[in-house]
Design a protein around this ligand. Structure first.
Ligand code: FE2
Length: 638
């Protein structure tokens, strides 16, 4: 149902005149509201106070940094820490995984009712002011630092006095650029970068954002997205203390323990949970413009596929328009254009250096097999391009529920702008794959149907601020709202410990890929082959579990079953690596489980073959490495 116009008396005006008239009204309303005036006055006073505090700090001698205990504090000196909080790694040691189908990550008082088991599978600184970008008057803001907020008070400019109407409503007060303490993500966006007709919403986290809006012919053509975002805003923000699905840590508590952090990430993801690392990088203060992107290495003339939200309302499967980075940026201040770019290659930049060993596809698969198995076939570049990418968004973009394609682990880090990351975890992971697929389709069905979703999914929101990183396991269902202009970076990779989640994800894609995933990649079998070829020489430090190993064998032996829906299932995938990889998989299956049928039964039903007990995300038991060495000895040629 179309939304009622806020100012019906303006409906006869041309779009340009209407926009200008609306801005004048908006500004007048703001000025005439005593509460708003008082709020702005108090904000100014607060920033003045901080500015004075900052000056004092600058004059004082540097103080020693003090370590403060926090709920998400890192490990004690001995290995992985134990905490009373289930969200902060309370669970089995890596050597004693629970094979009962329920997660040991619950605390001891947790219910054992399957419905209670929460396994799952499944920007900041500153949003700079862009208010007067096309006015011939510029006001140079004062310099600012990351950790001290500075008041920025610009002179009052009345846009109506300019012959060329400015694109935004103006107030005499311009918020400071460092919005760390500010929950207002609306000012500087509404009427500037997003239509003045957009509604706003307050999230459980306290942030206020605009809702998606492209105002055309008297209605918001993004009303479905707006309804979905309003629904998401009411979901609980992930709580570091009580979340059983998301582990929260802060980088500074782990920076000296990269090995332990990698172990924690692996343990979290192989159980189907997500991990958020606050402060993974120092937050940046910058605005998203061509200079910023050029400094990241992207030429303003680079050709990109621009996802256009208006086009998406017409053609959901192909919303892209061709353009350059410069054109994308030029439309940032056009309230009628809401766009984003997903294909900014950023190879090698998506995973922090101290976490790159988690990328087993590259580190073990590609880097360590080419001496025995030289690369002789054409290799799809995505095998390497997925290891780093960047995304750029206009404000008010919703990406609805999906899982990332091909079953890779996803690293994502907010660089400029914030992200509301909505995560969905199955209430009961001990269900059949058929049922899980049905629930997945309900989740990805738009418009969002809250009642259906509530019945089968636990939802929570992780607000990623500038510098925060989220790592999610393969197949993790998520929706993302980008409230302000944003630039983020990330990567996908494969890991021996999460291949059971990858298999489930690819299985679902093969059944209903066009509904569940965001892209279709064809490269992953190359990397899986390489990971198999490495097994005869795999390090004892690399943890191998039963279900991920069976999953790897299934995906290599029966690769045609995992072609995503819409792909050519009859096309045979033959590489020089195909035969040796299949031979190794067959040897493993025969040695440990006699045949593939039995292996699949163990995979689906658990070691005791009691149907319904095996969780979809449980990794199973550690593989006996002596047995594996005996089994794979014939494949060591030298
Ligand atoms: Fe995604």
């Amino acid at each position: 149902m179309p939304r009622q116009a806020k100012h019906p008396e303006l409906s006869q005006l041309s779009p340009k005149a209407k926009d200008a008239a609306y801005k004048r009204k908006w500004r007048e309303e703001k000025k005439s509201d005593p509460a708003e005036t008082e709020r702005l006055r108090q904000l100014q006073n607060e920033y003045k106070r901080r500015s004075r505090a900052r000056l004092k700090l600058e004059q004082a001698p540097p103080a020693k940094r003090r370590r403060v205990a926090t709920p998400d504090a890192g490990p004690s000196d001995s290995h992985v820490p134990v905490s009373n909080s289930p969200s902060v790694m309370d669970g089995p040691s890596d050597d004693t995984p629970n094979t009962s189908g329920s997660s040991n990550t619950q605390n001891s008082t947790a219910s054992t009712d399957p419905s209670d088991i929460t396994l799952c599978h499944a920007s900041v600184q500153a949003v700079p002011s862009r208010q007067f970008i096309d006015i011939s008057v510029t006001t140079e803001p004062p310099p600012f630092t990351r950790d001290v907020e500075i008041m920025t008070e610009l002179s009052c400019i009345d846009p109506t006095t300019f012959s060329n109407n400015p694109p935004a409503p103006s107030t005499c007060f311009t918020p400071p650029r460092d919005l760390h303490d500010s929950k207002d993500l609306v000012t500087n966006v509404i009427g500037v970068q997003v239509s003045s007709w957009s509604d706003t919403v307050k999230w459980s986290s306290g942030f206020t954002t605009i809702l998606p809006c492209i105002w055309t012919d008297g209605k918001n053509i993004c009303q479905e997205d707006a309804d979905a975002v309003r629904y998401f805003s009411q979901l609980p923000e992930s709580d570091p203390q009580s979340s059983t699905n998301v582990v929260h840590v802060h980088h500074h508590n782990w920076s000296s323990r990269p090995d332990e952090l990698r172990d924690l990430i692996a343990k979290t993801l192989r159980e189907g949970k997500c991990i958020v690392i606050r402060g993974a990088e120092k937050p940046q203060v910058a605005k998203l413009d061509v200079d910023y992107l050029e400094n990241c290495g992207f030429s303003r003339f680079m050709r990109v596929a621009i996802h256009d939200v208006e086009e998406r309302t017409r053609n959901f499967t192909y919303p892209q328009v061709e353009g350059t980075i410069e054109e994308f940026i030029l439309d940032l201040d056009n309230p009628n254009k809401v766009q984003f770019v997903l294909d900014l290659p950023y190879t090698g930049m998506g995973i922090p250096e101290h976490l790159r060993l988690l990328d087993h596809g590259i580190v073990h698969g590609w880097n360590q097999t080419t001496a025995e198995h030289p690369i002789v076939d054409p290799v799809h570049p995505d095998n390497f391009l997925v290891n780093g990418w960047a995304l750029a968004h206009h404000p008010a973009v919703l990406t609805n529920f999906h899982h990332d394609s091909d079953g890779g682990v996803t690293f994502v880090q907010s660089v400029l702008g914030k992200k509301m990351w909505i995560l969905a975890f199955p209430k009961n992971p001990n269900i059949s794959r058929t049922k899980f697929l049905k629930h997945s389709l309900e989740l990805t069905d738009t418009p969002i149907k809250p009642n259906k979703i509530k019945a089968n999914w636990n939802l929570e929101v992780v607000t990623l601020e500038e510098g925060d990183m989220l790592i999610q396991p393969p197949g993790q269902y998520h929706a993302v709202f980008t409230p302000t202009e944003a630039f983020c970076k990330g990567a996908h990779c494969f890991n021996y410990e999460f291949l059971h989640e990858m298999e489930l994800s690819r299985h679902l894609d093969a059944k209903n890929g066009k509904y569940l995933t965001n892209q279709l990649h064809e490269h992953s079998l190359d990397t899986l082959h390489r990971m198999v070829l490495h097994l005869p020489r795999v390090s004892s430090h690399t943890r191998l579990f039963t279900r991920p190993l069976i999953a790897l064998c299934m995906m290599v032996i029966d690769s045609h079953k995992y072609v995503a829906a819409g792909g050519n299932k009859k096309k045979s995938f033959q590489r020089s690596t195909t035969a040796p990889a299949i031979a190794i998989c067959n040897a493993i299956v025969k040695h440990f489980w006699t045949d593939i049928k039995t292996a699949v039964s163990v995979y689906v039903n658990g070691p005791d073959k009691t149907q319904g007990r095996q969780s979809l995300t449980h990794p199973g038991e550690l593989i006996n490495r002596s047995e594996l060495a005996i089994c794979l000895k014939p494949f060591i040629n030298v």
